[in-house]
Design a protein around this ligand. Structure first.
Ligand SMILES: Nc1ncnc2c1ncn2[C@@H]1O[C@H](COP(=O)(O)OP(=O)(O)OP(=O)(O)O)[C@@H](O)[C@H]1O
Ligand SMILES: [Mg+2]
Length: 172
């Protein structure tokens, strides 16, 4: 196992940046961005585990097992020294904290990638999906996303913050 970095800023700065946590409402384009910009083998999305467990990516009945399974794979991935990209909405602080805690445990730093897609586009894209997410869920998670600031995310523990907007995604 990678050693957990000793306390101190220098050690923290030296830790490799090997986790990316996507943040954004359904329909904001997270998975599409991942398909274009990241390796498929580095992606972690609970839909994958729900599909394996139940045969249906939307079936929430075995979520605890899906989460546990994803965590095991995530740990192995980080131990192997690979970048892990968490493709989930993560618009609530405790959801991000779970991943930041994992990053700290495995001695890596994390980047937040915030999808600042306008609400009307999220709703429009959602309406065109096979699996339509309730509008109030999109509105709620979109509002949570708009509240997020770079300073706030850095204060949570992210080492870097990138905004992705339909006009021009920043490319790390
Ligand atoms: N930049 C884009 N331009 C045009 N269409 C896009 C873009 N990004 C995503 N879409 C379309 O929007 C829809 C939703 O995108 P995507 O599945 O990537 O969203 P998501 O944020 O991963 O949503 P969820 O949280 O539900 O998984 C898809 O049909 C996709 O083709
Ligand atoms: Mg997605």
């Amino acid at each position: 196992m990678h050693p957990v970095p000793p306390a101190g800023l220098a050690a923290h700065v030296a830790a490799p940046l090997r986790m990316e946590v996507l943040i954004g409402p359904p329909g904001s384009g997270k998975s599409t961005w991942c398909a274009e910009h990241r390796s498929e083998r580095d992606l972690f999305n609970l839909d994958t585990y729900r599909l394996w467990l139940t045969g249906d990516a939307t079936d929430q009945t075995r979520n605890p097992e899906a989460v546990a399974w994803q965590q095991r794979d995530l740990h192995a991935h980080l131990l192997a020294g690979r970048l892990a990209v968490i493709d989930a909405t993560c618009t609530v602080a405790w959801q991000r904290a779970v991943h930041l805690e994992t990053a700290a445990r495995f001695g890596v730093r994390a980047r937040a990638i915030v999808f600042r897609t306008p609400l009307h586009l999220c709703l429009q894209r959602n309406a065109a999906q096979d699996r339509v997410v309730p509008i109030d869920v999109i509105e709620g998670t979109w509002a949570e996303t708009t509240m997020l600031t770079r300073a706030g995310l850095l204060a949570e523990g992210f080492a870097d913050v990138i905004d992705v907007s339909p006009r021009g995604p920043a490319q790390p």
